[in-house]
Design a protein around this ligand. Structure first.
Ligand code: GLY
Length: 425
């Protein structure tokens, strides 16, 4: 089989890496890909939102199906476009992708289907938002969220009325997030650990992956601005069997039922971001795709041919496929460019890549490119170093040993990934 993966980050490198391991795969293409992806797949120089050229490429090259990594092409309707042209593709339709691309739509969906979520108010008019703030306790912590897609930068935790008003003005008036912040949500702040429940779904049923925990802030101790994710581990000890059952019963089941009731065309991966309010799981957000770096973390644990999973999703036959996961722990540390998620410099040579050789460790490239035969930095998140082991402590030790081997100018990474797992939190 030939497959096309759409995207260019660490998540897409991992998906290509897993496809290549399948005996059913003859060739993997990735559009547009990156420096590391070119080592396992053929990069295709087509942008993720150029649906016409992507579909032409698929037709011309006899590609069996396409797997979409990032949310932007999904939110713009790549699945609808490919289907109109009779091409097989894995991902939710544009309407279904609104579960991620509109925070207001996803809240309304949760309320409609009785899915526990944090209380909120939505605003499309700044005067109404400011009036609402006038009645807010002066020092109350709340969360302001942009309605639209903002590449992990659309969530602000604000401490007090003045702070909220300033963020609201920046989003709605000054448009710091462009159109994404035209409409906003102001929601209650809950101080609890977060968990990522990712499921494969064919729109009828679902299969849960090992539950993971991301580290969204850029610095140790969860300090500094939010990022797309600085490191993940799985399975998270916090996700006990009891909690997983509760999440399935009170959340995931209801989401899949809601998808069916709304007649949403959803084939692919659904990512349910949970926050714990005491012992009760609440939904913080949905994403309509693999997490990044959740994908980098869980794929090395997958013990089933990924092509079989994709075929089961495409044929709506997921209920009949047993998906196996290694009984091991996985830890992923993101190596970023100093300054990320704000401004940073690029073009620095990366050294040490060839020295990571143990069979239980992987390097997935995010922001790299091949320049004059050398791999250089080309993005904010540069590399993902992943190690798996039979216990979490060994996985952490191994991954940080590998991290110490990699060098590039301006390297920045968190030194405390998976600290909660060690502290039993
Ligand atoms: N790591 C968070 C996300 O992919 O949205």
């Amino acid at each position: 089989m030939k497959v096309l993966v759409v995207g260019s980050g660490g998540r897409e490198h991992t998906i290509c890496w897993k496809f290549v391991k399948s005996s059913k795969i003859e060739k993997v293409y990735c559009a547009p890909g990156n420096g590391g992806i070119s080592q396992v797949a053929e990069n295709v120089d087509i942008k993720v939102n150029d649906f016409n050229r992507l579909a032409d490429f698929v037709k011309t090259n006899g590609i069996d199906f396409t797997f979409v990594g990032p949310e932007v092409p999904l939110s713009l309707g790549i699945v609808d476009y490919f289907k109109e042209r009779g091409l097989k593709i894995i991902g939710p339709s544009k309407a279904a992708a609104r579960l991620e691309s509109s925070k207001i739509y996803s809240k309304e969906f949760m309320y409609k289907y009785g899915i526990p979520t944090v209380q909120y108010n939505s605003f499309s008019n700044i005067d109404n938002a400011l009036k609402f703030l006038a009645n807010l306790e002066v020092n109350k912590k709340v969360v302001v969220k942009a309605d639209g897609l903002a590449a992990g930068k659309g969530v602000y935790i604000c401490s007090g009325r003045k702070d909220v008003a300033s963020v609201v003005k920046q989003m709605m008036n000054e448009k710091i997030l462009g159109e994404a912040g035209t409409d906003i949500i102001i929601e209650e702040y809950i101080d609890g650990p977060e968990l990522s429940y990712l499921v494969f779904t064919d729109g009828e049923t679902y299969s849960v992956m090992p539950v993971s925990q991301d580290h969204k802030r850029v610095n140790d101790n969860d300090e500094g601005p939010n990022t797309g994710g600085m490191g993940v581990y799985a399975p998270a000890p916090l996700a006990t069997e009891e909690l997983n059952k509760k999440v399935e019963d009170t959340i995931i089941h209801k989401v899949i039922d809601g998808i069916k009731a709304e007649k949403l065309d959803y084939k692919g991966v659904l990512y349910v971001g949970i926050i714990m309010n005491g012992s009760s799981p609440y939904v913080l957000e949905f994403n309509c795709r693999f997490g990044d770096p959740e994908a980098q973390t869980v794929f090395p644990l997958l013990d089933t041919d990924f092509v079989d999973i994709c075929e089961a999703i495409l044929d709506k036959n997921l209920a009949n496929l047993k998906i196996n996961w290694k009984k091991m722990f996985s830890v992923c540390v993101v190596l970023a460019s100093r300054g990320y998620p704000k401004s940073f410099k690029k073009g620095f040579e990366i050294k040490g890549l060839e020295s990571i050789r143990d069979k239980d460790s992987m390097v997935f490239h995010a922001g790299t490119k091949l320049e004059n035969g050398k791999i250089v930095t080309s993005g904010g998140r540069v590399l993902n170093i992943v190690s798996i082991a039979s216990d979490i402590k060994s996985a952490i030790d191994k991954v940080y040993l590998n991290v110490s081997i990699i060098k590039f100018e301006g390297i920045h990474y968190r030194k405390d990934i998976a600290w909660r797992a060690l502290n039993g939190k």
